[in-house]
Design a protein around this ligand. Structure first.
Ligand SMILES: NC(=O)c1ccc[n+]([C@@H]2O[C@H](COP(=O)([O-])OP(=O)(O)OC[C@H]3O[C@@H](n4cnc5c(N)ncnc54)[C@H](OP(=O)(O)O)[C@@H]3O)[C@@H](O)[C@H]2O)c1
Length: 302
């Protein structure tokens, strides 16, 4: 394997995967191409000599065809949490989670690129309660139908330095005297970013991962209330967490949809109606043992 196209490679998870692939002896010589909408935001990756970050619109089939030419594998990571309202999912979700995988599959087949690694989400099913999860399931289905050498990854929420999860709660705790929280009893089984990275990077060159779908979780389940409370306390700002009644939480999320970059949407609340926990406990592939949140989070939350 010499050339890898990483779509969505500039984000939180993608950047870590790219760094790991650039470091591993088996892939250190691979040239990685990372299309982005804003190259200037990927400065942290420009220092890697085998990584090429380029401004490109991956939704444009002609651009995607050019990007795909000569690649040996594709890692597909584009994901959004706000995709609007709609049935079975909002337009933003349709474009990023379903149409883009369809275009990736078509471009890969046309270019003869068989190996595709795709990051979906835990509990993505066609009858899931949210547009986010339904669209993620539809994206998986599109790729499964394409006859590629596919590996799917379905993480629960991912934690690690720079996450948009515990870090956000810790930041909010610095300014907020308390947390009025929607979905306080929602369940999660957070998985460490390096465990996800190791699974994706490890899968790339393993033929036994072709056709596999890996649910990825950490060793322990928590309620959202526990996680918010923990992040606030560990960052040095313990705060009371007040669980909001469902109707108030719903109204709060609806109101936040009018704020640019608002932290919550009604669809996010619907996602939390299904527990983001692994049915197989926390068994990671390739014999890797999942890392406890408490071993890592204090290091970056403090
Ligand atoms: N983080 C988690 O806790 C978590 C949990 C479960 C599943 N996942 C899944 O893991 C994947 C990576 O997540 P992440 O946390 O790394 O996300 P992230 O930090 O938000 O990065 C998203 C990436 O997708 C690209 N992107 C976003 N919207 C796009 C669009 N409309 N068109 C084209 N490119 C777009 C961004 O590229 P630009 O450079 O162009 O901005 C960026 O590279 C996603 O599929 C996500 O659903 C994440």
């Amino acid at each position: 394997m010499k050339n890898i196209l990483v779509i969505g490679g500039t984000g939180f998870l993608g950047s870590a995967i790219v760094r790991e692939l650039a470091r591993r002896p088996a892939t250190a010589g691979c040239l990685m191409t990372l299309p982005t909408r804003r190259r200037e935001r990927a400065k942290h990756l420009l220092v890697l000599p085998t990584v090429s970050v380029i401004d490109a619109d991956v939704h444009d089939p002609a651009t995607l065809a050019r990007l795909m030419a000569g690649q040996d594998a594709v890692i597909s990571l584009v994901g959004i949490l706000k995709g609007g309202e709609g049935e079975p999912y909002g337009q933003g979700f349709a474009r990023a989670h379903v149409e883009l995988p369809r275009k990736i599959a078509a471009a890969a087949r046309a270019a003869g690129v068989r190996r595709v690694l795709h990051v979906s989400a835990l509990k993505a099913t066609a009858d899931a309660p949210s547009g986010y999860l339904r669209s993620k399931a539809a994206g998986e289905a599109v790729l499964l139908d394409a006859g590629l050498d596919l590996t799917l990854f379905r993480p629960s929420v991912i934690f690690g330095a720079g996450d948009a999860f515990l870090t956000v709660f810790a930041d909010l705790a610095r300014i907020a005297p308390l947390f009025p929280l929607a979905g306080a009893d929602a369940r999660f089984q957070p998985v460490w970013i390096e465990d996800v990275v190791a699974t994706v990077a490890g899968s790339l060159l393993r033929s036994d991962s072709i056709g596999a779908a890996y649910d990825l979780c950490g060793p322990q389940q928590y309620s959202l209330r526990q996680l918010v409370s923990y992040a606030a306390a560990v960052s040095g700002n313990p705060r009371p967490v007040i669980g909001l009644p469902a109707a108030i939480g719903w109204l709060q999320a609806w109101a936040m949809e009018f704020i640019p970059n608002g932290p919550m949407t009604r669809d996010n609340i619907r996602s939390m109606r299904v527990a983001s926990v692994c049915d197989n406990g926390c068994a990671l592939p390739f014999g890797r043992v999942a890392t406890p949140l408490e071993m890592v989070a204090p290091g970056y939350l403090r």
